[in-house]
Design a binder for this molecule. Structure first.
Ligand code: NAD
Ligand code: LMR
Length: 328
């Protein structure tokens, strides 16, 4: 039998964890021929709940599931891990300022970055889901100096999928006919979902984007504020769709993106598209051979430039805030 891939999931007892673990164990993330060993990392108070989830995983009798281990210590939780999904994060509490949130998350993602640096497998791939995802990825990567920066990514796939779905509805075509949409910038309300290089039902996405009232009055705000709309409607943040996006992100990273399409992921910037080096920002990407490749050479007009710059400026502010806290 093939050696199982070690997959660490932090925040395993949370709502995204519950929607994610069963799909990983079923083979949806790494394919139907790859056995997985799940390593669940939680805080001590949530270990009991994680044990309950592990019992349910057992009860599914997944043929690909080689084992489940539960930890409350990052060193053990990341030892030998090949894929790390950093979902657990500190939610914003009442009266908490943005700086407090960044500091509280720094207390989670700095030690996790160190533990990944010291003990993960050489091929480790990290996806940060916990918010603020881009800056948490920056903190984790900065605390893992021996791991190549491109192995740390932040999740903007949910925003990408949201954009695909909104465009498909507007154009009256199946989602499968919407390609090459891009999410730029931060996983926040400042993100910029870009249709100008897309193809929608065989036609240029720019044709749809020419309806500026829809583009700026509906499409961009609907995608950018969808997380808040779901919290408002559900009384809790998105969970199944977030888990689904995490599955999509890792599956495409490991197994490749389809020919003729691209997706969006938060990557450590090397300066492309005017995004300052060392910010974790969302870009258009393809994947082959287990590595992301940035889609290069897209023309960015003034409309898009201003929106990308605004979201990147927010990322730069977040970096300044965590720098001043000594986290990066
Ligand atoms: P949740 O509160 O249901 O679960 C979070 C879990 O993380 C809890 O079980 C908690 O005990 C655990 N946790 C906290 N600190 C931890 C640590 N240091 N180590 C390990 N586990 C820890 O939250 P959720 O709904 O599952 O969401 C998780 C995160 O994902 C939140 O930050 C949320 O904002 C974010 N999110 C991101 C996206 C995205 O698109 N990037 C989408 C949806 C949600
Ligand atoms: C989402 O986009 O659904 C989440 O990031 C919202 C949130 O604040 O948890």
């Amino acid at each position: 039998m093939t050696t199982p891939v070690n997959v660490t999931v932090t925040g395993a007892a949370g709502q995204i964890g519950y929607a994610l673990l069963f799909r990983i164990a079923s083979g949806a993330m790494l394919g139907p021929d790859t056995p997985v060993r799940l390593k669940l990392l939680e805080i001590p108070q949530a270990v009991k709940a994680a044990e309950g989830t592990a019992m349910e995983l057992d009860d599914c009798a997944f043929p690909l599931l080689a084992g489940v281990d539960i930890y409350d210590d990052p060193t053990q939780g990341f030892a030998g891990t090949n894929v790390a999904l950093l979902v657990g994060a500190r939610p914003r509490g009442a009266g908490m300022e943005r700086a407090d949130l960044l500091e509280a998350n720094g207390g989670i993602f700095a030690p996790q970055g160190k533990a990944i640096n010291d003990g993960a497998a050489d091929d480790v791939r990290v996806l940060v889901v916990g918010n603020p995802a881009n800056t948490n990825a920056l903190i984790a990567a900065s605390n893992a100096p021996d791991v190549p920066k491109e192995r740390f990514t932040a999740m903007t796939r949910l925003d990408h999928n949201r954009a695909l779905s909104q465009v498909a509805k507007k154009a009256g075509v199946p989602v499968s006919e919407v390609r090459r949409v891009t999410i730029w910038g931060n996983h926040s309300a400042s993100q910029y979902p870009d249709l100008f290089h897309a193809e929608v039902g065989g036609r240029p996405g720019a044709d749809l984007a020419a309806d500026t009232a829809w583009l700026t009055g509906e499409f961009i705000p609907t995608v950018a504020k969808r997380g808040a709309a779901i919290i408002e409607a559900r009384g809790a943040s998105s969970a199944a769709s977030a888990a689904n996006a995490a599955i999509d992100h890792v599956r495409d990273w490991v197994l490749g993106t389809p020919e003729g399409d691209w997706t969006s992921a938060g990557l450590w910037s090397t300066g492309a598209y005017g995004v300052p080096e060392g910010l974790v920002s969302s870009f258009p990407v393809t994947s082959s051979g287990g590595d992301w490749q940035l889609v290069e050479g897209l023309e960015i007009d003034d409309f898009s430039r201003a929106r990308i710059d605004a979201s990147v400026a927010e990322l730069a502010e977040e970096r300044e805030a965590v720098r001043s806290l000594g986290l990066v």
